[in-house]
Design a protein around this ligand. Structure first.
Ligand code: CA
Length: 494
């Protein structure tokens, strides 16, 4: 390497170092998948578009055994490995690099039955029984460093997943915790609202009464309410006061629970419930409820299909609903509840499809099955990826989560099961498969893009964020590919 080239590269690196401050900000602004099913309405629909046909069909990396329910925020993945009730085992919480799988931080705790993680505003929140004090605690952890911000004693320990909601008027941040009333450990409130502060928390309200839902109904934010359901028994709580509206009583009772989805963009908004409507029902059905306020929730329609899914995905464009029914994936009209179309297949019990762009993703039924992506309009199969959670009995039924040109296949929250797999498409400086690895073929493609013989988006090939793809980009990719510690960062895709 000549002195002139070396000097040039040094100046490029200085420019990169300055610019990386800006890029870090931009990357953090990308729309996250910060909670199971993407959002507090549990639409199961990503805001970013991931095209399954451009992803490698072998994983770029896989998380260690037991890591499940991955959350994606920018270029990071957060996940937990639950001790799953195994007394001598510990629980781990970790942050991974989305592209390389590098563990950025990992902490171990002695916990009993931890909830899944929820990400909110730079923090991770979860609930578990502390094995030392034997107290139910809510933990708030800094997502950047993994440091514990604080813990707080809560009245109900067996939470599957907290829902973190910000009051749009006051800015108050509240965690809603749903759990079973009667348990082997004692009797607990079904629902608690906890206000989360910077350095401590406080109880906002508690519903001390017995209700017919358990920990498997993850609280869904519906307008000014929080909605949870058990078989035949549907409830809305006032977000602010905890006042309850048992808006449907189908005559049966028991625990358990299902997670409802909410279409907030409809007028009026519509709640979708997949469970028994009444004691005479042969199986779970999909019903829709119009929401005009905490005290005004009315039945709209029900589908006649018998389902084996536990939730729906809502298509944001035409409002169609996607749900599993044993050997069919159903596309259901959200205005009348009739079946518009279906795809044949063998779908996992308790599946919740997820949507990104114009594709709907599903789990196959057996452990040896695949995760399959369908075109949302035609229900034609587009791509399949090896692996599925199968028919395991778990309230977490979604195939996974999405990041930038990335799909994270979740094998389910089951003790000792494989960790999630990460399937990647083109990344910054990494236009050519295999993705997650930068090599000479990547540099060659960037060079071809620089001289105009092939096309490459700036978010993949403009690795110094100069707003154009030139020979310098190819050189930087080549240096990175041979192992030099070159920092590369591309502008965000338009
Ligand atoms: Ca590559």
């Amino acid at each position: 390497m000549t002195d002139a080239v070396r000097g040039y590269l040094t100046s490029v690196r200085i420019a990169l170092a300055i610019a990386s401050v800006v890029w870090a900000t931009v990357a953090g602004a990308a729309e996250p998948w910060g909670i199971y099913l993407h959002d507090n309405q549990h639409t199961a629909r990503a805001a970013i578009v991931v095209d399954p046909s451009i992803l490698d069909t072998t994983p770029a990396w896989s998380a260690p055994t037991g890591y499940s329910i991955p959350l994606v925020v920018g270029d990071r993945v957060y996940a937990m490995r639950s001790q799953g009730g195994v007394g001598e085992d510990e629980t781990q919480v970790a942050a991974f690099d989305l592209v390389t799988g590098e563990v950025l931080w990992e902490v171990s705790q002695r916990l009993i039955f931890p909830s899944a993680l929820a990400y909110h505003d730079g923090r991770l929140v979860y609930v578990a029984i502390d094995q030392t004090e034997f107290e139910p605690l809510l933990f708030v952890r800094d997502a950047e460093t993994g440091e514990l911000a604080y813990s707080f004693v809560v009245p109900n320990p067996l939470i599957a997943m907290p829902t973190i909601h910000v009051d749009s008027n006051t800015g108050e941040v509240v965690a809603y915790l749903a759990g079973p009333h009667f348990t082997n450990l004692g009797t607990f409130p079904n629902m608690t609202a906890v206000t989360l502060g910077e350095t401590s928390a406080s109880i906002k309200w508690v519903d001390p009464m017995y209700r017919d839902f358990g920990d498997t109904s993850f609280p869904t934010v519906v307008g000014d309410s929080i909605v949870v359901v058990g078989p035949c028994q549907y409830y809305a709580y006032d977000l602010e006061t905890g006042e309850i509206n048992p808006f449907h009583n189908g005559g049966c009772s028991g625990g358990g629970g299902y997670t409802v989805a909410y279409a907030a963009n409809r007028k009026p908004g519509q709640i979708y419930v997949v469970t028994a409507l009444d004691g005479s029902a042969l199986g779970d059905v999909l019903s829709a409820w119009e929401y005009r306020g905490q005290d005004d929730i009315t039945f709209a329609w029900k589908s006649d299909e018998v389902l084996n899914g536990i939730g729906v995905a809502i298509d944001g464009v035409i409002g169609a609903l996607y749900v599993g029914a044993y050997d069919r994936l159903l596309k259901i009209n959200s205005s009348g509840g009739y079946t518009m179309d279906f795809a044949d297949g063998s779908f996992a019990n308790g599946m919740v499809p997820i949507i990104s762009g114009s594709h709907v993703w599903t789990f196959g039924s057996s452990g040896a099955g695949d995760t399959v992506a369908y075109d949302i309009a035609t229900l034609e199969e587009v791509a399949r990826f090896p692996g599925t959670r199968g028919d395991l009995n778990s309230p977490f039924g979604a195939p996974g989560a999405f990041g930038f040109n990335a799909f994270l296949l979740d094998h389910g929250r089951v003790y000792d099961y494989p960790g999630f797999d990460v399937f990647l498409g083109p990344q910054c400086g990494d236009p050519v498969s295999p993705h997650g690895r930068i090599g000479a073929t990547d540099a060659l493609l960037v060079l071809n893009a620089a001289v105009g013989t092939t096309a490459c988006e700036t978010c993949i090939c403009d690795v110094d964020s100069s707003a154009s793809v030139v020979a310098t980009d190819a050189l930087l990719v080549l240096e990175r590919g041979v192992g030099l510690p070159i920092q590369i960062a591309c502008p965000v895709c338009s």
